[in-house]
Design a protein around this ligand. Structure first.
Ligand code: IPE
Ligand code: MG
Length: 231
């Protein structure tokens, strides 16, 4: 979700104004995902690098996040949305950590859409944490080094046991991954749009899904193999 600051600047307003508008876009996209029958939606809300922003902006983002959690959790649960947070939450205030835990518990029985919110998340952090967990398993004698395969590493990544994403959408015109789900994006279709996040609405989401539907996913095979029914 990129472009809140530029959206505000275009309107000669402070960056905080853009972030508040960004929260509306989040609501729109969750509703659009529910309507489209998407099973899993993962939003990159705050990266491990975002702590480098001016302290006032970081504080504003975290307050917005806390307020949105408190305000929206019940409605999300009623709409069948299960909330999960991925990322290193130990750096957040105890209030925020508690609110995150409460939102997860309150929505645990919802099964229509799993909504992962990546906060203080970094793809490299995720892979490192999984590597440490595997090393601990080896040291404790739970597994052998030869047992370490892709499935074993994936099982320790924070998205587990969810599948890797089919489609990655980045708004705001930059064409980079910025340390998002590095391991999982290996075969994900990438979609970049110049639309600034606060302007990204249900129609934009539908456009991205339509573009995804036109892509041919070969997973290393040739088009001819796919035509013959190979996976
Ligand atoms: C939102 O957009 C990203 C968040 C961290 C919430 P930006 O704040 O990065 O907006 P730009 O890139 O300055 O326009
Ligand atoms: Mg940005």
């Amino acid at each position: 979700m990129d472009g809140n600051g530029r959206w505000a600047k275009l309107r000669k307003r402070p960056r905080a104004f853009g972030h508040r508008a960004g929260v509306h876009a989040v609501r729109n996209v969750i509703e659009a995902a529910l309507r489209a029958g998407v099973d899993v939606l993962t939003l990159f809300a705050f990266s491990s690098e975002n702590w480098s922003r001016p302290p006032g902006e970081v504080q504003h983002l975290l307050e917005l996040f806390l307020r949105a959690l408190r305000k929206e959790t019940r409605e999300l649960a009623e709409n069948g949305v299960r909330l999960r947070f991925i990322g290193d939450r130990t750096r957040f205030s105890s209030d925020l950590q508690r609110a995150m835990g409460e939102s997860e518990s309150a929505t645990v029985a919802s099964h229509r859409l799993t909504l992962n919110i990546a906060v203080n998340y970094g793809g490299r952090w995720d892979i490192l944490a999984a590597t440490r967990a595997l090393a601990a398993d080896v040291k404790a004698g739970r597994i052998e080094i030869d047992d370490i395969d892709q499935a074993a590493l994936e099982s320790h990544l924070s998205l587990a046991p969810l599948p890797e994403p089919d489609l990655f959408i980045r708004t705001g015109g930059e064409a980079r991954i910025s340390n998002f789900l590095l391991w999982h994006l290996a075969y994900t279709e990438l979609y970049f749009t110049p639309v600034l996040w606060p302007d990204f609405d249900a129609a934009c989401f539908q456009t991205a899904l339509a573009e995804f539907a036109r892509r041919e996913r070969r997973f290393g095979h040739t088009s001819e193999q796919l035509a013959q029914g190979q996976p």
